[in-house]
Design a binder for this molecule. Structure first.
Ligand SMILES: [Zn+2]
Length: 485
């Protein structure tokens, strides 16, 4: 441990003792009944230019410091974002500068963004009760809804799970876990092409809900190929679940509108899992908007008073190269791999589900945010897998389709070469163990000012553009299978 880090730890200990119940203090206990706030927390961005600086930033990640890395240290030249509480802000900035880094303030007050998001979500939700169709931006544009502007992409703004229910399920705000499960059950009850089931139970006993969308085949003996789309492993990345819900709505609503949607719904069984870490997701709504991990607690974690010591990073808990580089064995780390592979019931349930259908699943995508990256295996090594060329080219072409909608630019590459090493991650297991050739991890928007706290007005535009990429991929995978026959 360098003397700089020692000094930082001392500063943290002093500050934490001086203000024991500061809401921004990472040592706050989970027993508190107050929602955590982030008043005065800043997010700073810096770009390391050499490996010494990268290693120094990584060493900060592994210390018991109240720093929250929003973009992890990757290769030199790649920006790093860190949320810093006010109690240690000056000392952290000074240590960063001593290492030749030049941190610039990206977000001046995280709580302000959280409040804005909450208010916009509430306002949109309330107004949705009175209007069935609203623009994606939450406002009418010269009397026209934005649907007209975004055509020919057939954007979807709402889903009406029940024909008897005048209350539409609006897509322009973030929904709670209960609202999502309610919508899924109603949709399954009203649509012959949609079924809902639970593939297991979370640590706190919530169902792990999955939606299946497919049309009956003329040949009843035919076993259809399948596509698996999942989000929400990391609780605070709210745009992921919102985008999966958008896909559900787009597949259902556009079946009779878009011949390509009809083709891919007829050809595949679609399995969509909006919230794969429901305990964490609920926790972000109720207590801590910035929570990332699951909510499991081991004995060791229970005796710790530090809030961050609960939970496991579900995207480091898969049973392939588990616990190697890019994952932590420290329970308080936000990339804690767990006590063993598949320790998390949510991850184990997904693995069982995929293994049971592994020969049928042709495309599987794990949605995260943020950073606008379409990532291929591997995370554990910089080595490329055998299918890299095909995986890479499909992602490049699909992100070209995505770009045409709103000019959103994505980077395509393997996890380890584009961001950082991450072992025990989902897509390495999907590819290596389940044998799913087209396994991807996607970092959705938004890059820049909002990072994880993407305003609700961005949900539909992100949904529209990402669905174009999904549609393209599904059509290409379909074509590839036909060519092989
Ligand atoms: Zn994530």
């Amino acid at each position: 441990m360098s003397w700089c880090v020692m000094l930082l730890l001392c500063a943290c200990v002093l500050c934490c003792h001086a203000t024991p119940v500061k809401p921004d203090d990472e040592s706050q206990q989970t027993t508190s009944q107050e929602r955590l706030t982030y008043i005065g927390h800043k997010v700073v961005r810096m770009t390391p230019t050499n490996y010494d600086q990268v290693e120094f930033l990584r060493s900060l990640m592994d210390q018991a410091l109240p720093l929250d890395f929003w973009i992890y240290p990757g290769n030199p030249g790649r920006p790093v974002d860190i949320r810093i509480p006010p109690t240690v802000y000056d000392s952290v900035i000074s240590v960063l500068k001593q290492h030749g880094l030049n941190p610039l303030v990206l977000i001046d007050d995280v709580q302000k963004l959280v409040d804005e998001e909450r208010l916009e979500n509430l306002a949109t939700k309330a107004e949705s009760r009175h209007r069935f169709i609203r623009s994606a931006a939450g406002n009418e544009v010269d009397g026209r809804v934005e649907a007209e502007i975004l055509t020919p992409y057939n954007p979807v703004y709402s889903l009406n799970p029940s024909p008897n229910d005048s209350q539409q399920f609006m897509l322009n705000h973030y929904h709670t876990n209960d609202e999502i499960n309610g919508m899924v059950l109603e949709l399954a009850a009203s649509s012959p092409f949609v079924t809902a089931s639970s593939i297991g139970t979370s640590y706190e006993g919530r169902p792990l809900t999955i939606v299946k969308i497919t049309t009956p085949s003329n040949d009843r003996s035919l076993v259809k190929p399948a596509i698996f789309l999942e989000a929400g492993m990391h609780a605070r990345e709210w745009i992921g679940p919102a985008v999966i819900i958008y896909f559900i709505a787009a597949l259902v609503n556009n079946y009779n509108v878009d011949p390509n949607v009809r083709a891919i719904v007829d050809h595949f069984d679609w399995y969509l899992m909006p919230v794969s870490n429901p305990d964490g997701y609920v926790y972000t709504f109720q207590w801590d908007r910035m929570w990332r991990k699951t909510r499991s607690r081991t004995e060791e974690q229970d005796v710790s008073s530090r809030r961050a010591c609960a939970g496991v990073d579900p995207n480091r808990n898969w049973d392939t190269h588990w616990g190697e580089r890019g994952a932590s064995h420290k329970p308080c780390s936000i990339i804690y791999a767990g006590q063993e592979a598949f320790s998390e019931p949510e991850v184990a349930a997904m693995a069982r589900f995929l293994m049971g259908r592994k020969s049928r699943i042709k495309l599987a995508i794990d949605f995260h945010s943020n950073g606008q990256m379409w990532l291929t295996p591997y995370g554990y090594t910089r080595r490329y897998p055998m299918d890299f060329e095909a995986q890479y080219m499909l992602a490049v072409d699909a992100t070209d389709e995505l770009w045409k909608v709103n000019n959103t630019i994505y980077i395509v590459g393997s996890v380890a070469n584009s961001i950082y090493r991450a072992s025990g991650d989902s897509i390495d297991w999907w590819y290596d163990v389940a044998g799913i050739k087209y396994s991807y991890g996607v970092e959705l928007p938004g890059k820049g000012y909002h990072d994880f706290i993407l305003p609700p007005s961005r949900i539909v535009p992100v949904g529209v553009e990402t669905f174009e990429a999904i549609k393209y991929m599904a059509l290409e995978v379909m074509r590839e299978a036909v060519e092989r026959e």
